[in-house]
Design a protein around this ligand. Structure first.
Ligand SMILES: [Zn+2]
Length: 493
């Protein structure tokens, strides 16, 4: 695309910074430019050289320290001669660089002069990708992490285990990956299997890549339901003893981890401890969703546990398990996160206060969690946060189960429907969730994610009036083209 007249920064940026003042003139960007940094920003400077194709050593682009700018806050001034990014932290400097990268992608070599002051509205701005239902390559995950960070997202929630595959190696439980990472493809008659696991080296490598982009990595190990892959590997962990299989269908399965079997606690203790040592960020997601209690109702071991622990019923048995697993997460020095079902059956037992609740079935679970003093991440499927859902109600449109219109995402706020002022400080932010039961490859994943993920990023950084957001969608189409992303460009509602 040839741009004949330079556009204004305020017309090109998405998300918009908190304040952007358009100035006359343009800064000519080219790869012969040099970058200099304050000592604090050396790593950001090296990264900037890499992604912009510039060299170190001169002050065409300058990263300066300003300790008054805390957290993710930054300031940027683009004049005809120079780009200056100021921050008090490497994270802030990185956010400034991301804004500059987006301007360069949109405006190519004539960057409109401007003055920007910027900081985020919400602390938790995430992307979840389900790598159990389908395995995505490390290279594709890195591409997603890079794009997400470009739009100021800062959490990568990595769904690593489920009924359809276990994707992380655990010492002493080798069958989890040798058996549990593969499933028979039922639609094929030649016994073909599908799936593989990530190696420790790949997991560390993806974390390092994310951390360079100031994005935390949150591993999720599903407990006590969605456990078919673990049960297929070690049938003694189930109530009936199996046999079980790593599922090729998707849905909710009645066979879950046996809550009366002490070996299950040993197993989970090993898994949590090893996940905690492999992942360096402070959180571990323990799942907790969609766990039927059918087997527990008739399992002698589970019934004995209910009796021994003085529990009322199977719901309370699940909260007993949740508390046990949270204790393992604490022992490993991490903080637990669970889907909103973890609140069920806990009216009398309570839950560890530091458990963060991810509200997915709607907003009610999140609101209830705030009343009980839990911090909350709002990602309700009812409000556009599920990106495996179709873009529109069109039978020819790709997608699963529901519809998440771009117009819904553009209307979303983590505080929507929260009227109690006391509850608001408990809401950390939100994330877009991509479940992959029907998404088998990266190009499909991109079509589902973009541009909805970018719209959600705007809601969490600096939300505009929703009709203004929708009027600016074409900026995202241009950016997706520049980034070689497969992107939905159809109706917004
Ligand atoms: Zn049992």
């Amino acid at each position: 695309m040839v741009i004949n007249h330079p556009q204004k920064a305020s017309e090109l940026l998405f998300p918009l910074p908190q304040t952007v003042e358009d100035l006359p003139g343009t800064f000519r960007f080219h790869t012969g430019l040099c970058i200099a940094t304050a000592p604090l920003f050396q790593s950001v400077g090296l990264f900037a050289c890499e992604v912009l194709g510039c060299k170190a050593g001169g002050e065409d682009i300058l990263f300066k320290e300003n300790r008054e700018l805390q957290g993710e806050a930054y300031e940027m001034k683009i004049s005809k001669q120079q780009v200056v990014i100021k921050s008090g932290t490497t994270e802030g400097a990185f956010r400034g660089l991301s804004t500059l990268r987006r301007l360069i992608l949109s405006a190519q070599n004539q960057i409109p002069c401007c003055r920007i002051q910027d900081y985020p509205l919400y602390e938790w701005r995430g992307l979840m990708i389900d790598c159990s239902r389908h395995y995505f390559t490390p290279a594709f995950l890195k591409k997603l992490i890079d794009i997400a960070s470009l739009f100021h997202l800062n959490r990568f929630h990595w769904h690593l285990t489920d009924d359809q595959g276990w994707r992380i190696p655990i010492d002493g439980w080798e069958k989890l990956t040798s058996t549990g990472s593969k499933r028979t493809l039922l639609q094929h008659t030649d016994n073909r299997s599908y799936g593989q696991a990530y190696s420790r080296q790949e997991i560390q490598d993806i974390q390092a890549y994310a951390h360079m982009r100031h994005m935390m990595v949150i591993p999720e190990i599903e407990t006590p339901g969605h456990a078919s892959a673990a049960l297929a590997s070690y049938p003694q962990l189930g109530c009936t003893g199996g046999p079980y299989e790593t599922q090729d269908r998707w849905g909710i399965f009645e066979d879950v981890l046996c809550s009366g079997n002490d070996e299950v606690l040993t197993f989970l203790g090993d898994v949590i401890a090893q996940v905690a040592s492999l992942f360096t960020d402070p959180y571990i997601h323990i799942g907790g969703d969609e766990c039927p209690h059918t087997r527990w109702e008739t399992c002698p071991k589970c019934q004995k546990r209910i009796q021994d622990q003085g529990l009322g019923d199977a719901k309370e048995l699940q909260s007993w398990m949740t508390s046990k697993i949270c204790a393992m997460v604490h022992d490993a020095g991490k903080r637990p996160i669970g889907w909103d079902e973890v609140l069920e059956g806990t009216q009398t037992m309570g839950l560890p206060q530091d458990l963060i609740v991810m509200s997915w079935r709607g907003v009610a679970g999140g609101i209830e969690a705030t009343k009980r003093g839990h911090q909350v991440i709002m990602c309700p499927k009812t409000e556009g946060c599920y990106f495996d859902y179709k873009h529109t109600d069109d039978p020819e449109e790709f997608g699963n189960l529901g519809i998440s219109r771009i117009s819904e995402v553009a209307n979303f706020s983590p505080l929507k429907d929260i009227h109690d002022e006391v509850a608001k400080p408990y809401i950390l932010g939100s994330q877009g969730n991509l479940w992959t039961e029907k998404i088998t490859c990266g190009s499909q994943a991109e079509y589902m994610l973009f541009p909805r993920l970018m719209v959600l990023a705007e809601r969490l950084w600096n939300p505009q009036e929703s009709d203004q957001t929708l009027q600016r969608i074409e900026i995202l189409h241009t950016l997706c083209d520049a980034l070689s992303l497969n992107c939905y460009k159809g109706p917004l509602s």
